[in-house]
Design a protein around this ligand. Sequence first.
Ligand code: CO
Length: 156
Amino acid sequence: MSLLKIIKVGAPILRETAEPVTRFDKKLEKTLKNMAETMYAANGCGLAAPQIGLKKRMVVIDAGDGAGIREFVNPVLSDFKGEAIDTEGCLSVDEYEGEVKRAAEVTVTFQDRKGARWRMEAHGLLARALQHECDHLDGILFIDKALSLTPKRKEE
Ligand code: CO
């Protein structure tokens, strides 16, 4: 495994629409593992492929619910329910965090690393992270949607 460089805001790829994953091979498996390792090393709870310079529709998330790393390939969100406002940050945005309004619950259909299709209902941080990460696949950043932005506190 290896750490990947995280692309920062300003790079064109973060504003592009990612393409569906069509090959479910060893390379995909390796990329997903590297994405997870990179996310953990940066103390993040989610990472989308465009953030490592790959224009593909896949994300990894650890919602801190004990399930560990979750991989979503070609995720599609539906059945948005309720509203929740909470603070978000992004590994591609070093300077700010902000309050973002999201649906409180979503349903995600996706493929796993082998190409099998799944459907899952999500709430809480997982629902928020799914909405944040899936936005990345369409070139949208949380700073576009934030109700307010505040300078990020430096880690001591
Ligand atoms: Co992000």
